[in-house]
Write a protein that binds this ligand. Structure first.
Ligand code: UDX
Ligand code: ADP
Length: 478
């Protein structure tokens, strides 16, 4: 790609664009703009409200550090627009970061990735391209998507001389830490048709962009199919660790072992390592479940039933953990939570994000309401409207509060759904005073000081920890 490392801004800035201004496209492009002031970066989306938000003081997503970067670059070399055609036409490199949800209907429903948005983006690219383009897959896609996309591009471009080189550059950022992940990634993976010169050149061009801030040894090159599969595999491995420790948490409760101690013992084995061993009420987020189901579906399509079943069990364990938590709440509270106010602290799928996609709070919340509970929800970042959408059909039994204090007033129990730091700083003695008695705490993230809570008088259930004697009689139901 011409001029990408040219340090002198000129009227002919090398230009890249990104289709899809979501959780991946927005932060990733903001980082490229910040680290490469000599590159013009345009992020486009079909959603006018989303683009308006990116151009306003209220960005459409909450991500620590994102505001500062966007404010510093916007209008200089970072632009947000709905004019998809113009951005494509003027760019040499086009990142595609559109949503690839799980199919809801038809062949592979509930498992396969829905590539409708991807294909539509590819058709637009083909329709407006008059010069060679490097197409970069950023969205997580099934293995060999590049092949399908290439066919769509070639068959729909009216100019047969236009060359499309497709790269797979999966994004490994995690929400809540996106900006630090992008600034100092463990690795950048770039897959291309490296067996041919054109493919090698395309890979080199993208490497040049990242080389502006990522050390050379962290930029990995691979063939297209390895890069596509690596992204699905990485998410499957990470989710599998959480399901493994969550499976242990159930056994710990049955044997009076402590899952934190077990995780520490496991994590100090350098072959296992300490990360992603926090037992929780279940993993959420837009990626883990979707990508595992997609991976398993691909296995099925290749006749690998046993391999597919292995990965399905990771999702199965996650579902079990959520329903196990609901049963713990109901059984602890004398098998009836009908008309009881239960405070739910946290609704986002993890801390430092307002994202609720696949959050365990949805399934747990529904489970509690099915048993008659009145939910009082407080989350520092999730809007009431979002909760209402996620809990559709159940909203008569839900009240959202602007403060935790209001949610906890007269509550019979509190469930911790998200590991927000502020929950640890609350005055739990005072909270105990305003709750009904016995006052229960169900810590689905193991973030509170359980000994302190017990001293105050709370009945505490903590995942994977020895069961409180008060709850012992209720144990058999799990
Ligand atoms: C994940 C991958 O980490 C990232 O590389 C990929 O690009 C997108 O998917 P994300 O979903 O944003 O990122 O968050 P992550 O930090 O991986 O957490 C996913 C879920 O697992 C959250 O619900 C989190 O609370 C849960 N989790 C994580 C645990 O329950 N225990 C842990 O030890 C770690
Ligand atoms: P992710 O978490 O993968 O970033 P999001 O759902 O947050 O996914 O963002 C994907 C974005 O892609 C959405 O804002 C959606 O409007 C946009 N999008 C989908 N299809 C197209 C398209 N054909 N052209 C432009 N934008 C698109």
């Amino acid at each position: 790609m011409s001029n990408l490392t040219n340090p002198y801004p000129s009227p002919l800035l090398p230009t890249v664009c990104c289709i899809g201004a979501g959780y991946v496209g927005g932060p990733t492009m903001a980082m490229i703009a910040q680290k490469c002031p000599h590159i013009k970066v345009t992020v486009v989306d079909i959603s006018q409200p989303r683009i308006d938000a990116w151009n306003s003081d209220e960005l459409p997503i909450y991500e620590p550090g994102l505001d500062e970067v966007v404010k510093a670059c916007r209008g200089k070399n970072l632009f947000f627009s709905t004019d998809v055609a113009v951005a494509i036409a003027e760019s040499e490199m086009i990142f595609v970061s559109v949503n690839t949800p799980t199919k809801k209907t038809g062949l592979g429903k509930g498992k396969a990735a829905d590539l409708t948005y991807w294909e539509s983006a590819a058709r637009t690219i083909a329709a407006v391209s008059k010069s060679n383009k490097i197409i970069v897959e950023k969205s997580t896609v099934p293995v060999r998507t590049a092949e399908a996309i290439e066919k769509v591009l070639k068959r729909n471009c009216s100019d047969a001389t236009v060359q499309f080189d497709i790269l797979s550059n999966p994004e490994f950022l995690a929400e809540g830490t996106a900006m630090t992940d992008l600034a100092a990634p463990d690795r950048v993976l770039i897959g291309g048709k490296i067996e041919g010169q054109a493919g090698k050149d395309a890979v080199d061009s993208l490497c040049e962009v990242y080389a502006n801030w990522v050390p050379e040894e962290r930029i990995l090159r691979a063939n297209l199919w390895s890069a596509e599969l690596s992204k699905l595999a990485a998410n499957a491995f990470l989710a599998q660790r959480i399901s493994s420790i969550n499976a242990m948490s159930a056994l710990c409760e049955a044997t009076s072992a402590d899952v934190s101690q077990v995780a520490h013992a496991l994590g100090t084995d350098s072959r296992i390592g300490p990360k992603f061993l926090n037992a929780s009420v279940g993993f959420g987020g837009s990626c883990f479940q979707k990508d595992i189901l997609n991976l398993a579906y691909i296995c099925e399509c290749h006749g690998l039933k046993e391999v597919a079943d292995y990965w399905y069990s990771v999702v199965g364990m996650n579902d079990y953990q959520k329903s196990r938590f609901v049963k713990r709440v109901v059984s602890a509270m004398f098998n009836t939570i009908r008309n009881k106010k239960i405070a739910m602290l946290g609704f986002a799928f993890k801390k430092d994000t307002g994202d609720t996609r696949e959050t365990p709070a949805i399934d747990v919340g529904k489970g509690l309401i099915e048993d008659g509970a009145e939910l009082a929800i407080y989350d520092p970042k999730v809007s009431d409207e979002q909760i209402a959408m996620d809990m559709e059909g159940m909203n008569d039994n839900i009240t959202c509060y602007k403060t935790a204090k209001e949610a906890l007033q007269d509550a019979h129990a509190v469930t911790i759904m998200t590991e927000w730091d502020e929950f640890k700083t609350y005055d739990w003695q005072e909270i105990y005073g305003v709750m009904q008695k016995p006052a229960f705490v169900f810590d689905g993230r193991n973030i509170l000081d359980h000994d302190h809570l017990k001293e105050i008088g709370f009945i505490v259930y903590a995942l994977g920890k020895p069961i409180d004697p008060f709850l012992k009689s209720a144990e058999g139901v799990i």
